[in-house]
Design a protein around this ligand. Structure first.
Ligand SMILES: [Zn+2]
Length: 342
């Protein structure tokens, strides 16, 4: 594979770097990256990946664009509010670099689907905001032997490291059985808009090193950024001898659930994820809902507003976002009402 004249021009400033030539560029063009979570970290990471010319970019996100996202989620425009993030990100980024092939997927990643969603990727890049979904990604990374560039950011602090299955420990080795802390969400403590692209740059730099078969600098090391003090620290991290995930990956099987799962998002909305692969006829849902409520149908999703101020967006994948309710059971009730009739 040789570069076209247009590619030589487009990537000329990368190709001019002293340790980066056409061979490396071709490797990047042939690399598939899955970005899980297209929010604060995922947005700048996607912009860098696409600008740099990664060949195929899979965007996995369960959420829809909200006004409060745009302060830091730089891949969206105000006109995208209400659209599924994966779709909006792919269509906006395609304008930037038509070389790149996009695979937007609007689902909530979990233990049931992570391996299917990530299969075929060369690199997994973290843009998630819960430990629970990261555990599913970590499990799939170990099982599928795909490098996982981990990053987490909240308030002024970010941590980044790269897990190489078979060579380094995994997320379970690093975090043990730590659970999500509901007190520590970005809605409550905030997140610095300048911290995110910095952490995302480091993630993408690690992805480039993996793509060109060089050793990622953060394999076995954790980088900690404190944006408030502008301090950067590095810690060696090891492997846990009897880690239940990476020492004996065959011992543990995926946890299955047989009813839809509900998660509260950082925005205060609820995400509903179906129990298994689902295909919803959103036109039929819209027609039924219109008898009672206000419904707007768009390609791939339907948004319904109820008379009590709740709003539900249901995607063809069965994934849904519910706003304006206060409990998970209210969200689930609304979801089931919309799918099963009133
Ligand atoms: Zn491990």
């Amino acid at each position: 594979m040789a570069l076209t004249d247009e590619q030589r021009e487009r990537y000329s400033r990368t190709l001019a770097l002293r340790d980066f030539g056409e061979k490396e560029m071709v490797s990047v063009l042939r690399t598939t990256v899955s970005v899980v979570g297209a929010g604060g970290l995922g947005s700048p990471a996607l912009r860098f990946l696409v600008a740099m010319g990664f060949g195929k970019v899979r965007i996995i996100d369960r959420d829809i664009v909200e006004l409060s996202n745009i302060q830091r989620q730089t891949v969206y425009n105000t006109s995208d509010i209400g659209r599924p993030k994966a779709e909006a990100a792919a269509s906006n980024l395609a304008l930037m670099n038509p070389d790149v092939e996009f695979e937007p997927i609007t689902v909530s990643i979990d233990m049931n689907n992570a391996q299917d969603l990530l299969k075929g990727s060369d690199i997994i890049l973290d843009g998630l905001d819960t430990v629970q979904s990261r555990r599913a990604v970590n499990f799939a990374s170990v099982r599928l032997k795909i490098p996982y560039v981990f990053a987490g950011a909240i308030e002024y602090y970010a941590n980044i490291t790269t897990f190489l299955p078979g060579q380094t420990g995994c997320l379970q080795c690093l975090m043990g059985d730590v659970q999500d802390n509901p007190e520590n969400t970005c809605q409550r403590v905030g997140v610095s808009p300048t911290l995110l692209p910095m952490a995302a740059s480091v993630e993408v730099q690690e992805a480039v090193l993996i793509a060109v078969s060089r050793h990622p600098r953060l394999a076995g090391r954790l980088m900690a950024i404190d944006m408030n003090d502008l301090a950067f620290d590095f810690f060696d991290i090891g492997r846990v001898e009897d880690c239940p995930v990476c020492s004996a990956p065959t011992k543990r099987t995926a946890e299955k659930h047989d009813s839809p799962s509900v998660t509260m998002l950082c925005s205060g909305s609820f995400n509903i994820s179906p129990a298994g692969p689902t295909a919803i006829d959103t036109s039929a849902v819209a027609r039924r809902a219109k008898r009672k409520y206000k419904a707007v149908e768009r390609p791939g999703f339907v948004r319904i507003e109820t008379d009590v101020g709740a709003q539900i967006t249901i995607m063809q994948s069965g994934n849904a976002i519910v706003k304006g309710v206060s409990t998970a059971s209210q969200a689930l009730h609304l979801y089931q009402e919309m799918l099963n009739g009133f």
